[in-house]
Design a protein around this ligand. Structure first.
Ligand code: AMP
Length: 324
């Protein structure tokens, strides 16, 4: 059922002006950052934001700064018109969709031609950019831009190992969104657990006056965590990918029944995903706050996993809240 149509703002100055006008009227603003191709996971963040603020801004921006040249920027799915329809169906609606064309400013200098690994895109040794030539790779990935926000310890493990530019790209673009939208509350999904913790830490360390909320993972009926990337899974791959949630749940039950040795629990998951035909990137049991790997579960932990099914890399996690 179609409801309120959101105002679409593409210009960052106009976005800031809108926010300041609303705040001067005493309204509170919730920000839900997304890369579009919205699903129920995103919608759940909006519903949670509605419980906390008067107005809702959803940003739709595929951030080039968080993709390395070998990653799937060029194939990241998008359907802006469909996204607006979905937002109109959300109870209470959305006030603004912030949809900037580009958030990186090259005006002051030429793109450097240097990627994050310090190597030229053309000769990076990790493969060619999927899209265009070297220069456009640099421009599109925001690399003429030279100021980056890094959350130095939390960004190192798990996704940070296999995606070395990812978290600095996320932290930088979220900083930009915070500075432009000036929200009171920002919503993040626990589906991206490390990302949520990194943003929380960044907000604390840099004194942003913003409350960061982590919201529960939304899953399809079969247990697969919703993700915009799921659209790239074949039916067969999707079936195999169910091994992720199933084995995580199995590990959680085992832990609740007394198996607290993390090597044993990790093996359960690794074997299940491998035998389903997935390729594990990482499977780690870490402290919920520090994200440090633990050997034995004695306090609340989160079991995080990333695995490839064909060309699709999926992440998922399950919190295990037992303590000794
Ligand atoms: P994305 O568009 O994938 O960058 O995600 C935007 C926000 O939605 C992030 O905070 C994600 O953690 C969150 N999100 C994505 N998928 C889910 C899900 N299945 N459940 C809950 N939150 C999600």
């Amino acid at each position: 059922m179609a409801g309120k149509e959101p105002e679409i703002i593409t210009d960052k100055n106009q976005m800031r002006k809108w926010s300041r006008a609303m705040r001067s009227q005493g309204k509170t603003i919730g920000l839900v950052p997304t890369m579009g191709y919205l699903h129920e996971g995103h919608i759940s963040l909006i519903k949670e934001a509605h419980k906390r603020t008067n107005l809702i801004v959803v940003s739709v921006y595929v951030n080039p700064g968080q993709f390395s040249p070998t990653e799937d920027l060029s194939t990241y799915p998008s359907d802006f018109h469909g996204d607006i329809q979905k937002l109109m169906a959300v109870p209470g609606g959305v006030d603004v969709v912030f949809h900037p064309h580009n958030l990186y400013d090259y005006a002051e200098g030429k793109p450097t031609g240097i990627n994050n690994n310090g190597s030229n895109c053309e000769n990076s040794g990790v493969g060619e950019p999927e899209r265009k030539g070297v220069v456009s790779c640099v421009e599109e990935r925001g690399l003429g831009h030279e100021t980056w926000v890094r959350v130095e310890r939390l960004e190192k493990g798990m996704c940070g190992k296999s995606r070395p530019v990812f978290f600095r790209g996320v932290a930088t673009v979220v900083t930009k969104l915070f500075n432009i939208v000036e929200p009171d509350v920002a919503m993040f999904g626990k589906k991206d657990y490390q990302q949520w913790r990194i943003i929380q830490r960044m907000v604390r360390d840099l004194d942003f006056s913003i409350e960061v909320i982590g919201s529960d993972i939304v899953r399809d009926g079969d247990g697969l965590a919703m993700s915009s990337r799921n659209v790239h899974l074949s039916l067969e791959q999707r079936e195999k990918a169910l091994s992720i949630n199933r084995s995580l749940s199995g590990a959680k039950s085992a832990a609740e029944n007394g198996q607290v040795n993390c090597r044993e629990l990790r093996n359960l998951v690794i074997q299940a995903v491998n035998s389903a035909g997935g390729r594990i990137d990482y499977a780690e049991i870490v402290d919920q706050e520090t994200l440090e790997a633990v050997e034995e579960i004695q306090s609340p932990v989160v079991f995080c996993i990333a695995a490839w099914f064909g060309k699709v890399r999926l992440i998922d996690n399950l919190e295990i809240n037992i303590s000794k």
